[in-house]
Design a binder for this molecule. Structure first.
Ligand code: SF4
Length: 362
């Protein structure tokens, strides 16, 4: 039998991050018809097969060949922390003593999973605990997709992850090739079947990479993380914004990008006491929002030990929300989940907190 492994490519092959036509092309030299690629993909991503031997509609010689020449890099959490509010934080081994996290948030009408795209992050946002780790490495597409599989295995039979948000550790647009490959698998109708609109990439505003996401044809949703309405304040809190474009450039980009029909940008606005949380900020934000389709989530800052910011008062949060609502913007205040296990927005550092309950350790 001839081998489809390309020169220089590591063997055995990991099929976990391959799309159906890519698997089909790998199997072609074995004399396998193209539909075998789709069958293997379905076994991996729909049926979560643990081995090639379990793929019972493949010929025995093909299963044996795959067992010898390929592998499935299935991901298992090394620890799962349970929050009193029902959310669960999954911790994965990144090697070198590092960990990365995903947060599972079941609710009455959906199961949302917040996933990581990098170990650490190089954007340096001062309100974010992940930033204190610095940048460790990019996650591979297999490690990104594997978080969805691992979370799915924790759910009761008949339930599955319905919404995926790239709001865990890392800036997804800083690891765009792996993220877009993962997105194609997560949203594939023969794969993990998460609706593209319910798959959200959240960015601090890497403007040179946003067009690639919009023009990818994946139809994923895009969220913009903001925390200020002036360039000076934004540059202080999100240093990366100085390199990736000021607020005017951000608005110009959002105005220009051709979103699919009916889509809008989500603005994730972090409210910190005394930083971009004034009524004047709300008015400036309102003027920006008038220029492109959007909805706004206000995220009151979730403090962590040593954080340089405080959560605003409830009155200040309501005053900010009221300005936007009175201008007829779609605005809501996000109720953070997983605070007791260090799983809320801005709190991910690859660790648990003492208040959480660990339900598994490997
Ligand atoms: S908020 Fe996001 S982009 Fe900013 S440091 Fe944290 S993980 Fe990175």
């Amino acid at each position: 039998m001839s081998s489809p492994i390309a020169p220089g490519e590591a063997a055995p092959l990991d099929l976990f991050d391959r799309l159906p036509d890519e698997i089909g092309a790998l199997l072609k030299p074995m004399g396998a018809p193209p539909y075998r690629g789709m069958q293997v993909f379905q076994w991996i991503h729909q049926k979560d097969a643990a081995s090639f031997e379990a793929m019972t509609n493949l010929p025995q010689d093909l299963r044996e060949w795959l067992t010898t020449n390929a592998r499935l890099s299935r991901l298992e959490p090394v620890e799962v922390l349970d929050s009193a509010d029902g959310s669960r934080k999954l911790l994965f081994d990144a090697g070198g003593g590092r960990r990365y996290s995903a947060v599972l948030m079941p609710s009455a009408d959906r199961v949302t999973l917040c996933i990581s795209s990098q170990v650490g992050c190089r954007m340096g946002c001062r309100f974010c605990l992940t930033a204190t780790l610095g940048f460790q490495r990019n996650l591979t597409a297999a490690e990104i997709v594997g978080q969805v599989h691992a979370a799915g295995r924790l759910l009761p039979a008949g339930s599955r992850v319905s919404n995926v948000v790239f709001m865990g550790m890392g800036e997804p647009l800083d690891n765009l090739d792996a993220v877009m490959r993962a997105v194609r698998i997560i949203t594939h109708r023969e794969g993990l079947k998460v609706a593209p609109r319910r798959t959200t990439l959240s960015t601090v505003g890497l403007l040179d990479r946003l067009p690639e996401v919009v023009e990818s044809g994946t139809g994923v949703s895009i969220a913009l993380s903001l925390c200020a309405t002036t360039d000076d304040v934004r540059g202080e809190v999100v240093p990366a914004s100085r390199r990736h474009g000021n607020l005017q450039a951000l608005v110009d980009t959002l105005v220009r990008l051709p979103l699919p029909h009916g889509h809008s940008f989500t603005i994730e606005y972090t409210l910190m006491a005394g930083v971009g949380d004034s009524v004047d900020d709300a008015r400036r934000l309102s003027r920006m929002l008038a220029l492109f389709p959007n909805k706004v989530n206000l995220i009151p800052f979730n403090p962590w030990p040593g954080a340089p910011f405080q959560r605003p008062s409830d009155a200040a949060i309501e005053a900010f929300r009221r300005v936007l609502a009175d201008k007829n913007h779609r605005v809501s205040v996000r109720a953070s989940r997983g605070l007791d296990i260090g799983a809320a927005c801005g709190q991910l550092d690859g660790k648990g907190l003492p208040g959480g309950t660990s339900s598994r350790e490997g």
